[in-house]
Design a binder for this molecule. Structure first.
Ligand SMILES: *Cc1c(COP(=O)(O)O)cnc(C)c1O
Length: 388
């Protein structure tokens, strides 16, 4: 009889230790060959031309916006239903976020939402697109305009926040090979982890070169290049006041081991999600997220439900009751535009009614690769019991 289901459980029993040992024995603990290997294999996986490993997805987003030329006083579209990192990086550059609403069923920015926002704000030239929960947003549509078409037509650059979306696909393309820049997270609870870490992918050589320079102090050669090329190792130039965002090899070692099993881990989560849909469909008081892509194309990072107005119990009480039954949950997200800093600085910019409706009722249920059928059923039965 199950009494406890954690919110998340990290699977770290592949080659992680072996690769870490290799790094320690190599004597080179910061950015070196393991990081280069991780970048190569990651870009091969998502079929992007370039990949740049950094120490967080937040760093990748910052570097991506910087390389795309976002400047002080610019405005950048971003959904409010996201982690604060997606918006804070806009402020790093002195630019201002313009928060967009999302579709209630998918929790994503849709081409329709974007089209309207572009009409109202023709001066905005950058979009941060979040693939919420691992569900790839509608960048490319078979019929009609996808987000990519709208952006191209209006000269808007896209930076994808794919912190939830590895591995995920849109048609025959991987997320990471579509927008101008894509940023991934390897934070401890993400779909693959390196403890802390991130990756930026792009097909644009200029962006790649800029990011590579800016991730390490604006130095025009990275440390590894300096010690492996035949030019004197002490010689380097600084072309901009860059940042300190490089990924150490110990971190890359963990990432490499995780990358090898990314599809296995994804499939483990997918199986749990299939069971959730089976056991939670048809409950009056619960709105499930609508999945619009093939199950295999979704990264399945989060499984969220929304308690709707028919529910007699509020979200916070519901979470307490689940916790009493040993079930770990979370909330994704308290919208960024409702956070004190953004509220005080920008006020509530426009009606984000779906975002607020989701926020009022949303709960994220446990989801991890090794989750058993018994565990999913325990969570579902407990939910039915609470809502009875
Ligand atoms: C986790 C997360 C980030 C930040 O990732 P870090 O690697 O922790 O910097 C950014 N955006 C979203 C949507 C996230 O969930």
């Amino acid at each position: 009889m199950i009494k406890k289901v954690p919110f998340c459980k990290v699977v770290c029993d592949g080659n992680e230790l072996k690769y870490i040992t290799e790094v320690i024995e190599s004597g080179w603990l910061t950015t070196a060959s393991k990081t280069t290997e991780f970048e190569k294999l990651f870009s091969k996986y998502v079929e992007s031309k370039y990949a740049c490993a950094v120490n967080s997805c937040t760093a990748a987003l910052h570097l991506g916006l910087e390389a795309l030329g976002v400047q002080r006083g610019d405005k950048v579209f971003v959904p409010s239903l996201t982690f604060t990192a997606s918006a804070e990086v806009i402020r790093y550059l002195g630019a201002d976020p313009v928060f967009l609403d999302v579709d209630y069923d998918t929790k994503l920015i849709t081409p329709e939402i974007l089209k309207q926002a572009v009409e109202e704000n023709p001066d905005i030239k950058h979009l941060i697109l979040v693939h919420y929960g691992g569900h790839p947003a509608d960048l490319i549509r078979e019929k009609g305009d996808g987000i990519l078409d709208i952006c191209r037509a209006n000269n808007i650059k896209i930076i994808e926040d794919a912190a939830h979306a590895f591995p995920a696909k849109i048609g025959d393309k991987f997320v990471g090979n579509i927008g101008d820049v894509t940023c991934f997270s390897f934070y401890a609870n993400k779909t693959i982890t390196s403890g802390e870490g991130g990756m930026l992918t792009t097909n644009n050589e200029d962006i790649y070169k800029r990011v590579k320079t800016m991730r390490l102090h604006g130095i025009n050669r990275d440390v590894w290049d300096r010690f492996t090329s035949d030019k004197p190792s002490w010689e380097y130039d600084v072309v901009a006041p860059g940042f300190k965002y490089n990924m150490p090899d110990v971190t890359a070692a963990i990432g490499l081991a995780q990358l090898e099993r990314a599809e296995d881990l994804r499939l483990g989560r997918q199986k749990a999600v299939e069971l959730y849909y089976k056991h939670l469909s048809g409950l009056d008081m619960v709105d499930l997220s609508k999945n619009t892509v093939p199950f295999e194309d979704h990264a399945w990072h989060l499984f969220t439900i929304v308690l709707n107005e028919k529910s007699k119990i509020g979200r916070n009480k519901f979470i307490e009751k689940l916790s009493e039954k040993g079930i770990g949950t979370s909330v994704h997200y308290k919208p960024v535009h409702l956070m004190t800093y953004y509220k005080e600085k920008y006020g509530v910019q426009s009606a984000l009614s779906n975002t607020e409706k989701i926020w009022n009722g949303t709960v994220t249920l446990p989801l991890f690769p090794s989750m058993t059928e018994e565990e999913v059923i325990y969570v579902c039965d407990t939910i039915k019991e609470i809502l009875k």
